[in-house]
Design a protein around this ligand. Structure first.
Ligand SMILES: Cc1cc2nc3c(=O)[nH]c(=O)nc-3n(C[C@H](O)[C@H](O)[C@H](O)COP(=O)(O)OP(=O)(O)OC[C@H]3O[C@@H](n4cnc5c(N)ncnc54)[C@H](O)[C@@H]3O)c2cc1C
Ligand SMILES: *[C@@H]1O[C@H](CO)[C@@H](O)[C@H](O)[C@H]1NC(C)=O
Ligand SMILES: *[C@@H]1O[C@H](CO)[C@@H](O)[C@H](O)[C@H]1NC(C)=O
Ligand SMILES: *[C@@H]1O[C@H](CO)[C@@H](O)[C@H](O)[C@H]1NC(C)=O
Ligand SMILES: *[C@@H]1O[C@H](CO)[C@@H](O)[C@H](O)[C@H]1NC(C)=O
Ligand SMILES: *[C@@H]1O[C@H](CO)[C@@H](O)[C@H](O)[C@H]1NC(C)=O
Ligand SMILES: *[C@@H]1O[C@H](CO)[C@@H](O)[C@H](O)[C@H]1NC(C)=O
Ligand SMILES: *[C@@H]1O[C@H](CO)[C@@H](O)[C@H](O)[C@H]1NC(C)=O
Ligand SMILES: *[C@@H]1O[C@H](CO)[C@@H](O)[C@H](O)[C@H]1NC(C)=O
Ligand SMILES: *[C@@H]1O[C@H](CO)[C@@H](O)[C@H](O)[C@H]1NC(C)=O
Ligand SMILES: *[C@@H]1O[C@H](CO)[C@@H](O)[C@H](O)[C@H]1NC(C)=O
Length: 643
């Protein structure tokens, strides 16, 4: 045992670069001497491999006394939260007033982010406890974790990882709960809630083997909205998500991370200099170009929740990079108060085709076209509407006008009432600018109500990264336009479209060497389809498909048509369908095999399981009581090895 411990220690590159005081609080080997449940891997505490993780009720599930001891060792940071909506159900927690408030505010993502276990995609929990009006229905823990470590030090993260591994308990990691596919929940699990690992430090001249210049380091629980003030204070720009509540060290950066600057600087994963992480062994180590480079490669693009628990990240900071930005909208319904009869759907799709041509110019100018196609209602009339926010980093308003003029001329000729878009140059952020304007520029969806933060959805989603070739010939444009029309129009799929025209080519991204899906490098559009009635867009037609399986099959049937005409395309793990039949190829292409090898080396136990990330096909969620598998996987069951 001693020998294996020694070998184990020397296997890592161990020189540490601690970024925050709370990273200095670490678990020592001495502390584990009299408490075998929290020993590091290689210290002889690993249980024999079991087919399934233990869950409450199993004989081997830790006793209450063991949980109390665990909590004491954590300094009292252990929580045992009930689902938020438990106040809506008959029982000791019932509170009709609280339940009413919850129902009214449910769409505000902030309440789910501030809760240790609540998440956006409730379907992934098995919808086991929803804000109901019927207190007689049942609320169960379902896919929500049983215990949560509210981590504020590295030591607590290490203790949690070791405990889960040694006790054969499922481990999950949650920050904001924004994941679309349920990656931050797990039935019967112990969760590490990284949300309170906050903080940011600025380095005027950070120097590493590959870089010398401005950088910032932020904590593992940092969110996009936490970046607005430091960007303003230090007069810098760095890459954050458009959704203010999105955690930027977790799914975002580990999955790719697109922003307003994607065609100009590349993806968030492309600008990471160093990462502090607690591995499946319980070790706290540094990942960068020199130290543990294989895991450093994998975690930048290989997906959230699968490689380790990130406690802090060092990323490049750029000079303040202003943006020229404005919104263009057209739709089939007449403007309110006008006598016109509106515009035909055929003309609408001709307008869309003209937009796709404009998208090439937007991306080639280093810009982003951030768009939605939504179903609309006005009185008894239904229609369809396109809205795009076009943002051009380091460009002038005149560039915006030049790029969009051909589109506006075409829209005019198709009978749309064209108004000249209001375009502003946002200095993101500078001391003499309106801080709110700066925030607007970072949130590409300017129209979203800022006060409530992100708006939750509870939708199945699927997406495709469309290669540039789909935009290059009139025939390809026609074919693409027809396939999108088929998925979106009410006579077809009736889905809501959310598209981003961008091009993080290797060139604009600085030739990064990381695990990001190669399909990003020649894409001109990340196009998502989601169920219209399951987002804030409540006026859209409700698609009455009862089971998750039927809903999923239907969505996939439209996605297949997109796949058929996008050879070489792929899909974005963070905003795609984790249960696509071809997720490995879609999310990682040629990089998948190498990723699985790195996963096996660094986490042979499968301590970290995150649905549809490399190596996860070795596991599935099972349940005897109807949870887990409903034609697609939900997280309300027991995690078991398939092989
Ligand atoms: C409203 C909205 C706006 C969005 N905008 C953008 C955007 O502009 N650009 C973009 O690229 N994506 C965007 N996304 C997608 C977003 O990147 C993903 O939802 C992402 O997974 C969110 O990460 P999170 O850590 O905040 O969420 P969580 O659901 O808490 O976690 C997501 C995954 O990351 C893991 N994880 C979280 N923190 C850590 C950590 N510290 N260490 C290890 N694993 C961790 C979790 O285990 C889970 O697997 C948006 C999503 C929504 C809902
Ligand atoms: C383990 O021993 C240390 C002293 O070496 C003591 O402080 C600690 O309380 C003991 N822990 C347990 C769980 O017995
Ligand atoms: C853990 O200990 C703290 C402090 O004593 C206590 O407040 C908390 O309720 C305990 N957690 C659990 C799950 O019992
Ligand atoms: C709940 O059940 C009780 C007893 O059967 C019944 O009186 C009550 O009307 C039910 N409430 C609702 C909202 O269905
Ligand atoms: C989590 O820990 C932080 C920091 O100690 C504390 O402020 C917060 O209240 C805790 N959250 C919960 C839900 O206990
Ligand atoms: C930054 O540090 C490097 C290495 O120490 C040094 O060569 C360089 O001159 C410094 N740059 C600035 C702007 O201070
Ligand atoms: C560091 O730079 C070298 C040489 O430019 C390059 O080959 C290597 O991929 C870079 N490493 C990382 C992690 O970016
Ligand atoms: C902020 O940075 C920009 C770009 O580097 C520079 O032009 C400007 O002078 C800086 N402003 C301040 C107040 O330092
Ligand atoms: C709409 O029609 C009415 C009656 O024909 C007319 O008075 C009004 O000016 C028209 N409004 C517009 C905006 O054209
Ligand atoms: C909408 O339809 C209803 C029922 O057919 C009809 O009574 C009503 O007048 C219509 N409203 C408008 C604005 O056309
Ligand atoms: C205007 O846009 C066209 C088409 O994208 C481009 O060829 C031209 O160079 C642009 N002109 C200016 C002055 O930017």
């Amino acid at each position: 045992m001693l020998l294996s411990a020694l070998l184990f220690v020397s296997w890592f590159s161990t020189s540490l670069a601690v970024n925050f005081d709370w990273e200095d609080v670490q678990l020592t080997q001495a502390e584990t001497a009299n408490y075998s449940a929290i020993r590091f891997a290689g210290q002889g505490a690993d249980p024999p491999a079991q087919e399934c993780r233990y869950i409450p009720g199993d004989k081997a599930w830790p006793s209450d006394a063991e949980w109390i001891k665990f909590n004491e060792t954590l300094g009292g940071a252990l929580l045992r939260p009930l689902p938020l909506a438990s106040v809506c159900y008959d029982g000791p927690n019932y509170n009709s007033v609280r339940c009413g408030q919850l129902k009214n505010s449910w769409i505000s993502m902030n309440i789910h982010t501030e809760d240790p276990i609540s998440v956006m995609s409730q379907w992934s929990t098995g919808s086991s406890c929803v804000a109901t009006s019927n207190p007689n229905s049942t609320c169960t823990q379902g896919g929500y974790p049983v215990y949560v470590v509210n981590a504020t030090t590295v030591r607590q993260v290490q203790i949690a990882v070791n405990f889960a591994r040694n006790q054969n308990i499922r481990l999950v990691v949650k920050n904001s709960g924004h994941d679309f596919n349920g990656r931050s929940v797990g039935g019967g699990a112990l969760s590490v809630w990284v949300h309170n690992l906050k903080g940011l430090n600025y380095h005027a001249n950070y120097t590493s083997s590959n870089y010398s210049g401005q950088a910032v380091v932020y904590g593992g629980g940092f969110q996009a909205q936490d970046a607005y003030l430091p960007m303003w204070l230090y007069n810098i720009t760095f890459l954050v998500a458009g959704g203010p509540g999105v955690g930027i060290a977790g799914g975002f950066l580990q999955g790719a991370g697109h922003s307003t600057y994607t065609s100009y600087y590349g993806l968030a994963a492309d600008h990471v200099l160093s990462i502090q992480v607690v591995t499946a062994h319980g070790k706290f180590i540094t990942l960068n170009a020199k130290q543990n480079p294989d895991l450093f490669w994998a975690i930048r693009g290989g997906g959230g929740g699968n490689w380790g628990i990130v406690t802090s990240v060092v990323v490049k900071a750029f000079p303040v990079t202003p943006i020229a930005s404005g919104v263009i909208t057209f739709g089939t319904l007449p403007r309110s108060g006008s006598n016109s009869t509106g515009v035909s759907e055929d003309n609408f799709w001709e307008g869309m085709r003209a937009y796709w041509e404009t998208a090439v110019a937007i991306v080639d100018a280093g810009g982003l076209g951030y768009s939605f196609i939504r179903h609309r209602k006005s009185g008894n009339a239904t229609g369809i509407e396109f809205t795009v926010t076009i943002s051009l980093p380091n460009r002038l308003v005149s560039d915006y006008r030049n790029i969009t003029r051909p589109l506006l001329i075409k829209l005019q000729s198709l009978g749309f009432p064209v108004t000249i878009p209001k375009v502003k140059r946002y200095y993101v952020p500078s001391p003499d600018s309106d801080p709110n304007a700066a925030i607007d520029a970072l949130m590409p969806n300017h129209v979203q109500p800022r006060a409530i933060g992100d708006v939750t959805g509870n939708t199945l989603i699927a997406s495709r990264l469309w290669p540039r070739t789909n935009f290059e010939t009139p025939e390809a444009l026609d074919e693409m336009n027809a396939a999108i029309r088929d998925a979106i129009s009410t006579s077809g799929g009736g889905y809501t479209f959310h598209g981003m025209n961008y091009g993080p080519s290797l060139k604009v991204s600085g030739y990064p060497n990381n695990a990001v899906n190669p399909a990003f490098r020649n894409t001109l559009m990340h196009a998502q389809g989601y169920e219209a009635d399951a987002w804030w867009d409540t006026t859209s037609p409700v698609v009455p498909f009862p089971t998750l399986k039927e809903r999923h099959d239907r969505l996939q049937s439209y996605m297949q048509k997109w796949r058929d005409i996008t050879p070489g395309g792929g899909s974005y793990i963070n905003e795609g369908d984790a249960q696509s039949p071809v997720w490995q190829a879609e999310f990682w292409g040629s990089k998948y095999g190498r990723l699985v090898g790195i996963k096996r080396k660094w986490d042979p136990w499968g301590v970290f399981f995150s649905i549809s990330t490399p190596g996860s096909e070795a596991w599935e969620v099972r349940s005897s009581s109807g949870g887990g598998y409903d034609g697609i996987y939900t997280q309300d069951g027991r995690l078991c090895r398939v092989y």
